[in-house]
Design a protein around this ligand. Structure first.
Ligand SMILES: Cc1ncc(COP(=O)(O)O)c(C=O)c1O
Ligand SMILES: [Zn+2]
Length: 394
């Protein structure tokens, strides 16, 4: 399939190759554009999301053997958090490597094989690396991971299980991101980074699933934002479902960034058209704190067109939301994902209606684990055990 990308800022068309995905004028990532807008259909009798929504994907065919059964994640009502029964969590933590990234990785390995490439890589702080290596292993491709020095040991250990080439690099993360495309071009590596157009095509399926699960589009979608690839994919999904006549209107998007490093929120609040790189502060939310997001300007445009909203939340708010989600609804997410709930709690009276929190990554993937209630945590010998129960329950 000969793919064309389109810049959604200026309309420029780009002939796709894995290392040429940016608009030469705006420097924003191009997105897959479909020339035929014929009504597309959902293939209901398939269980894999990829197969079900194949008509919306830029793939010649689906190869089920490349899948790890990503997608088809639950949409759970969060009725303890909202007594009006209007709040849902989309459990992207149920994906095979515990984050939404798997939806993109499976599309990328399909495309890498279609293009005859033997290597895939990524520049990552965590979730994308573990997802990329798992799917590379499944497809029989070599994986190359470029980590920013200081990335969490947990993320590196998880990825190391799959025996990829791992390089930890000291230096500017933004420059590393762009340099990876030059290296990829030279050495035949498909560097599918956060805003890769094929990854973004995979993220669309989350929106399709939400519409099918709810029987309609929600009114509000809350999503944590770093590079912006995920939000763009979700947005594109609802847009294409609307174009296909399957929903009437798009939901309003609420993008959430870490307060210590919110470059897109800053530009939004200052009414700027372009996002400027900012000096990042300290935060536990490593995977939503990109100081120079490669799709920042595009996010600004989409959010304004959509009458959406961008906001930031502090580490404290994320940790409180993480705890609240675990203790009230039984769902354990990483703080970056709890950012969606933290933003919802602040904005729910302003944006009332059916709301979906995209729960992007599992709590076990976080570099720091939440605090424990020390009053409920004992270390005793077996002999002391009856006494402890006596103290607590008598
Ligand atoms: C758990 C989690 N949430 C949100 C994001 C942000 O996604 P994006 O960079 O596509 O905006 C990431 C990115 O790594 C992530 O790992
Ligand atoms: Zn452009």
């Amino acid at each position: 399939m000969n793919l064309k990308l389109k810049c959604y800022l200026c309309g420029t068309e780009i002939n796709y190759s894995p290392s040429r995905i940016f608009c030469p004028r705006c420097l924003q990532p191009g997105l897959v554009s479909y020339s035929d807008l014929k009504i597309k259909t959902i293939k209901e009798n398939f269980s894999l999301s990829l197969e079900k929504f194949l008509e919306f994907l830029p793939l010649d065919k689906v190869r089920p053997e490349l899948s790890l059964a990503e997608g088809q994640t639950p949409l759970l009502p969060l009725n303890k958090l909202d007594k009006n029964n209007l709040l849902y969590g989309k459990l992207e933590i149920s994906n095979p490597t515990l984050s939404f990234k798997d939806r993109g990785s499976v599309v990328v390995t399909h495309k890498a094989l279609e293009l005859g490439l033997k290597r895939v890589g990524t520049v990552s702080t965590g979730n994308m690396a573990s997802s990329t290596v798992a799917y590379a292993a499944r497809a029989g491709l070599e994986a190359i991971l470029l980590f920013k020095k200081g990335s969490s040991a947990g993320a590196i250990n998880y990825s190391a299980a799959f025996d990829p080439l791992i390089i930890e690099i000291e230096g500017d993360y933004g420059q590393l991101f762009y340099q990876s495309y030059e290296l990829g071009d030279k050495y035949g590596i498909y560097f599918a980074n956060s805003v890769d157009p094929l990854r973004i095509e995979g993220y669309k399926l989350t929106s399709f699933e939400i519409c099918c699960q709810l029987g309609q589009a929600p009114e509000f979608v809350y999503v944590p934002v770093s590079s912006g690839g995920h939000l763009i994919g979700l947005y594109k999904g609802f847009m294409e479902f609307k174009q296909a006549g399957l929903i009437k209107a798009l939901p309003v998007f609420i993008g959430v960034q870490a307060k210590a490093c919110p470059p897109i929120v800053k530009a939004f609040e200052e009414d700027k058209e372009k996002v400027s790189k900012i000096e990042p502060g300290e935060t536990i939310a490593h995977s939503i704190s990109n100081p120079s997001p490669p799709a920042g300007n595009l996010i600004l445009k989409l959010i304004r067109k959509n009458q959406g909203f961008l906001t930031s939340v502090s580490d404290q708010e994320m940790l409180e939301a993480q705890k609240l989600l675990a203790t009230t609804e039984g769902i354990f997410v990483q703080p970056e994902s709890a950012a969606s709930l933290a933003a919802y709690l602040k904005l729910k009276d302003r944006f009332t209606g059916i709301s979906v929190l995209i729960l992007t990554g599992h709590g076990l993937k976080a570099s720091e684990q939440p605090s424990r209630d020390q009053k409920r945590h004992y270390q005793v010998t077996l002999n002391e055990l009856p006494e402890i129960f006596k103290q607590i329950y008598e």
